[in-house]
Design a protein around this ligand. Structure first.
Ligand code: OAD
Length: 251
């Protein structure tokens, strides 16, 4: 199984990776679905919709600050690092992620398409103000602030620059991701339940255009029916082994 996946990757002309929360699980970032997942403890309608933010911005900000703290302390794991190495080797052309944790960037990947936003970006709920707290060096100060965050330009409420349920995905990112999926001859799907659309279309588009699908996951999910190779296990462990085999084949 893993040999088959390594062969596909070693001879891929345009490999892309499509990742979800499971790739960051070994970094200590909780996933959404399943036991211990965030949606067991929190209700989507209360923390991850535009209506929830209008009704109770304090609760929504508590949820995202809690997640920012977790993500800030997390380090890229073997799976993230493997993807960075595959890009350096010239095999992997892009990472398309549903994650907002910035760990692909920290691992060293260059071409990253973030479909659901980024935890460190905040934007005004009214004007065009947008800030990356990591780049402005304000993460700690922002987290320590007790008051609701206000826009420095117009004083309206700042919100996380993430996609909430009921909102559209960023247009540029989504069309770039769909274009990459069409071009791709192998799509490596790691750690996603494949239940949230339109993101979950990505591997389906590659498949429709004649590409192969390799899935790495501890459990089967929404993408598994179209997977040509399904590798069951933890992303970090599987990806490490897979990279070793790809390197052997390319010697
Ligand atoms: P989910 O929480 O739905 O799924 C996580 C997946 O990772 C599951 O399929 C698990 O089996 C798998 N998994 C867990 N640990 C793993 C490990 N160590 N190695 C490999 N796989 C592992 O997360 P996503 O599919 O990313 O959207 O969820 C998609 C979207 O739904 C998220 O971006 C978020 C969420 O609600 C928004 O907030 C808009």
């Amino acid at each position: 199984m893993i040999e088959e996946a390594a062969k596909l990757i070693a001879k891929a002309k345009f490999l892309i990776a499509f990742t979800g929360a499971g790739i960051s699980a070994e970094s200590g970032v909780p996933t959404f679905r399943g036991s211990g997942g965030l949606w067991e403890k929190y209700r989507i309608e209360e923390v991850a919709t535009p209506e929830a933010f209008r009704r109770n911005p304090k609760l929504v900000w508590e949820f995202y600050k809690m997640r920012m703290r977790k993500m800030k302390d997390a380090k890229p794991n073997k799976a993230h690092l493997t993807l960075a190495e595959l890009e350096d080797m010239g095999i992997l052309k892009a990472v398309i992620t549903q994650n907002i944790d910035d760990l692909h960037r920290e691992a060293g990947n260059k071409r990253i398409i973030e479909l659901h936003g980024n935890i460190y970006r905040v934007k005004c709920s009214y004007c065009d103000y947008i800030e990356n707290l990591k780049e402005s060096g304000r993460v700690e100060r922002f987290l320590a602030e007790k008051e609701l965050p206000k826009c420095p330009k117009c004083s309206n409420l700042l919100r996380p620059d993430v996609v909430w349920f009921g909102e559209s995905l960023p247009e540029k990112e989504l069309s770039e991701a769909f274009n990459l999926a069409r071009r791709s001859d192998v799509c490596l799907v790691i750690g996603t339940s494949g239940q949230v659309y339109p993101a979950a279309y990505i591997p389906y588009i590659t498949k429709e255009h004649g590409g192969y699908i390799i899935e790495v996951n501890v459990n089967e999910g929404g993408i598994t029916p179209i997977a040509d190779v399904f590798l069951r296990g933890k992303a970090g462990e599987i990806m490490e082994e897979l990279l070793k085999k790809v390197k052997e084949l390319r010697k």
